[in-house]
Design a protein around this ligand. Structure first.
Ligand code: E4P
Length: 226
């Protein structure tokens, strides 16, 4: 299982990159809109300078010609740029046409196994099932990951990787790994939550307190000896 960061915030990416766990970054138009005033090209190039791995840049055209032309432009920004297209028939055509030029694509907004299979057959580098948004409407996001993984497993010709997206909490990350996802893309908050546990904090506090009392005892012992 690899971990990507799901953000366009350079501060978050810079900090998480220092932890040594990041294999890539995903962005989308909503995440870009949160970075008020940031230029798309400059942001993608800056991310590529911070993380040595696939960086997803999403197209906003609704037709294949537009997606291909955006894809060609974005892919020229850095060799690690992956073109994100939606799970539509236009998106499939864009994946196929960009693939002929050696450009890798991430098919996003996947909500059923048919979309994942069609995207894989068109040559997608990764497919992004949105597990959190399925959970939000009382469907089982993890079951979708399991089903896609089973279908890909039974078709050895498929090299497409499964990227668990719309991750809401650390349990999603672990369950995605168990269900067969190759990658989970996480908001910064979820990445931090993955390393948080109250017993760790309590243990550190107790160790520090014991260490300080040991030092205090040693100092007191030294004063008495003198
Ligand atoms: C994935 O690449 C998307 O950017 C992302 O995971 C969307 O998730 P959301 O449901 O939190 O918007």
């Amino acid at each position: 299982m690899q971990i990507y960061l799901d953000t366009a915030n350079l501060g978050e990416i810079r900090e998480a990159a220092r932890w040594g766990v990041l294999s890539g970054v995903t962005t989308n138009p909503t995440l870009m809109a949160r970075e008020t005033g940031a230029d798309f090209q400059e942001t993608i190039r800056a991310i590529a300078g911070l993380v040595d791995g696939p960086i997803s840049a999403e197209t906003v055209s609704e037709d294949a010609d537009g997606m291909v032309s955006e894809g060609l432009e974005y892919a020229a920004w850095h060799p690690n740029v992956i073109i994100k297209v939606p799970a539509t028939t236009a998106g499939l055509e864009a994946v196929s046409r960009l693939g002929e030029k050696g450009i890798r694509c991430n098919v996003t907004l996947i909500f059923n196994t048919g979309q994942a299979l069609m995207s894989a057959l068109a040559g997608a580098f990764v497919v992004s099932p949105f597990i959190g948004r399925l959970d939000d409407i009382s469907q089982d996001g993890m079951e979708l990951i399991r089903e896609i993984a089973a279908v890909f497993e039974q078709n050895p010709g498929i090299a497409t990787r499964i990227l668990a997206a719309s991750v809401r909490h650390p349990r999603h990350v672990i369950d995605s790994a168990l269900a067969g996802a190759h990658i989970a893309t996480c908001p910064f908050k979820v990445l931090k939550q993955c390393m948080a546990h109250p017993l760790t904090d309590k243990g550190i506090a107790a160790f520090l307190a014991d260490w300080r009392s040991r030092e205090a005892a040693a100092t007191a012992h030294g004063a008495t000896a003198n």
